[in-house]
Design a protein around this ligand. Structure first.
Ligand code: HEM
Length: 270
């Protein structure tokens, strides 16, 4: 008995020494998060957590309310980044090598086929999940003030997602990719006023060729993911500043009265 309490006190002493050391206190600047104040300080003092709201309505977080489509989109973005880095080890953005690279990746690289398919399917799913998220936000009227700026950030994220999908489509350099991108980029000259300039910036010449492949590659692996990550940071920070996700509206007076009447009727029958 005495040895257990001895061990406990030794453990307590060790814990106290660590928790009170300067190294610990320079990293964790608050106590254990068991009070509302410490809970808030934990959220404020952590670079990842501070993007989230300190408090959030339980109703607004219900999966039946948000469909979790924003969270799923973010998860898919992370998965695409990890699998994309793996693919970058093998893929060379050269018109004479790209198609062969992709074939070898699927047939000769350990887990290559799996990772490539994870990347492909996650990309398709992300387009679906972002679209559903947008529909959900619109359906709940969550684009209204004070969330109108976040709606605009969301629209930019929507376009980044579509462009990521579009640029990724060309990279295997197979017939379907070349002709799909030829058709897609042939729409660019119809842009009012800037048509030809848009086409040249996108394609890098008069037709889809090596210059297009390198442009789409740089856009796909650097520019668009970077823009997406920055916009997501702003998006999450805005959710926090706007008081968390907008919950369902409070019950109407008629609903409150009906519920009270129901409760009364129930207690009268008991
Ligand atoms: C990469 C794309 C996106 C990611 C990762 C993302 C992520 C999220 C997350 C995690 C939330 C919290 C609530 C929830 O899950 O519904 C949210 C809320 C919100 N999102 Fe997005 N989102 C994206 C695209 C969009 C798009 C395309 C729009 C609209 C055009 C949009 C507009 C909003 C708005 C207005 C809110 C606040 C909703 C509320 O308060 O109920 N987002 N987003």
């Amino acid at each position: 008995m005495s040895s257990t309490s001895n061990k406990k006190s030794l453990l307590d002493m060790a814990t106290q020494t660590i928790v009170q050391s300067q190294v610990w206190r320079s990293i964790f600047r608050h106590g254990y998060p068991d009070t509302p104040l410490n809970q808030s300080l934990v959220m404020m003092g952590n670079v990842f957590l501070h993007l989230h709201p300190v408090k959030i309505s339980r109703q607004a977080m219900k999966i039946t309310y948000t469909w979790c489509m924003g969270g799923i989109s973010f998860f898919l973005f992370l998965l695409l980044t990890i699998t994309g880095v793996f693919l970058m080890f093998y893929y060379v953005p050269d018109t004479t090598q790209a198609y062969q690279n992709i074939n070898q990746l699927s047939s000769a690289v350990t887990f290559g086929h799996l990772v490539r398919n994870m990347h492909r399917w996650s990309a398709h799913l992300m387009v679906v999940s972002v679209t559903l998220h947008m529909i959900r936000v619109f359906y709940h009227g969550a684009y209204k003030p004070p969330r109108e700026f976040n709606w605009v950030v969301g629209v930019l994220l929507f376009f980044v997602t579509l462009f990521l999908s579009f640029t990724g489509y060309l990279l295997p350099w197979d017939q379907i990719a070349i002709w799909a991108i030829t058709v897609g980029t042939n729409l660019a000259p119809y842009t009012p006023l800037l048509g030809d300039a848009v086409y040249k910036v996108l394609v890098g010449g008069g037709a889809v060729a090596q210059s297009t492949l390198i442009r789409f590659y740089v856009g796909h692996v650097i520019l668009l993911p970077l823009a997406g990550a920055l916009l997501m940071a702003v998006h999450f920070w805005r959710i926090r500043k706007d008081g968390g996700a907008a919950g369902p509206p409070p019950p109407s007076r008629r609903e409150v009265e009906a519920q009270a009447a129901e409760r009364e009727a129930l207690s009268a029958t008991r």
